[in-house]
Design a binder for this molecule. Structure first.
Ligand SMILES: [Cu+2]
Length: 270
């Protein structure tokens, strides 16, 4: 799967994730602090899960976002409808609306791949559920009889958020050297004074000996690119979603001469 498949929606999503990052984090962190007081061995442990709202109505699941980060996330699910609903989080690559029907109850679908659920959310109520979600594609469904068939589902991508910094002189700074496979939201900040970019090359070759572009030896051969955040002006921010399968990658700035000057970093995807 290529980065271009998701690039059209990435801009809005990245803006959304930035907005989330800029929200005051204190209330969520304070509410879920653990280990304070006499539990001295864990006194400094704080679990700051982000809260994501979901609104249920007839026959709709509304999120207002396309991505959440992998790991623990709290969903605050409010039913503004008149009927009882629920949300089941199903990890699946099935097309939207194409989950298989339960052969023992044809008014429902199979919950194969369920990563958790709210249980019944009665009209007017809010139920919060904290789930530790692995990176991947999910469908959020209401499996009350007939509700899925009536269109009560939506898509959600659980992604690894990967903020990288492109800096002078010729520095490719990654937040981690090993990440899990699956959808990755790359957020790239160019703090330098010249244009940079980040190209994800999947390779088994030595990171400092990638094959060069036969038509332009100031650049590498990008035929093994699996996605990129291309051409970011000095001082600017850009991003993209890239699906990374397990393997070894070299993240390269392929502006002319930058790879040769050392602007790359190794990334292991497991
Ligand atoms: Cu560069």
């Amino acid at each position: 799967m290529s980065a271009t498949r998701h690039s059209a929606r990435s801009i809005g999503v990245l803006a959304a994730s930035l907005a989330i990052a800029l929200l005051p984090a204190a209330p969520a962190a304070a509410a879920s602090s653990v280990g304070v007081g006499s539990h001295s061995t864990t006194a400094d442990v704080t679990l700051a899960t982000e809260h994501y709202p979901i609104t249920l109505s007839e026959m709709k699941i509304a999120t207002g976002y396309d991505y959440v980060p992998a790991g623990p996330v709290t969903f605050d699910v409010t039913n503004v409808g008149a009927e009882t609903h629920e949300v089941v989080f199903i990890k699946t690559d099935a097309a939207p609306g194409a989950l298989p029907i339960d052969p023992t109850n044809k008014s429902r679908v199979l919950e194969t791949g369920s990563a958790g659920e709210t249980g019944d959310v009665d009209a007017g109520k809010t139920v919060s559920v904290t789930l530790n979600l692995a990176p991947g594609r999910y469908q959020l469904i209401c499996n009350q009889p007939g509700h899925y068939a009536a269109g009560m589902y939506t898509e959600l991508t659980v992604a690894t958020f990967f903020p990288i910094t492109l800096a002078d002189p010729m520095k490719m700074e990654l937040p981690a050297t090993t990440i899990p496979a699956g959808p990755v939201v790359v957020e790239a900040q160019n703090t330098g004074a010249v244009m940079h970019e980040a190209v994800f090359i999947k390779t088994t070759q030595a990171a400092n000996a990638l094959p060069l572009d036969p038509n332009d030896p100031t650049k590498i051969n990008e035929s093994l690119s699996v996605g990129e955040v291309g051409d970011i002006d000095a001082g600017r921010f850009s991003g993209n979603e890239i699906d990374l399968t397990p393997g070894t990658y070299v993240v390269v700035c392929d502006e002319p001469g930058h790879y040769a000057a050392g602007m790359w970093a190794v990334l292991i995807v497991q």
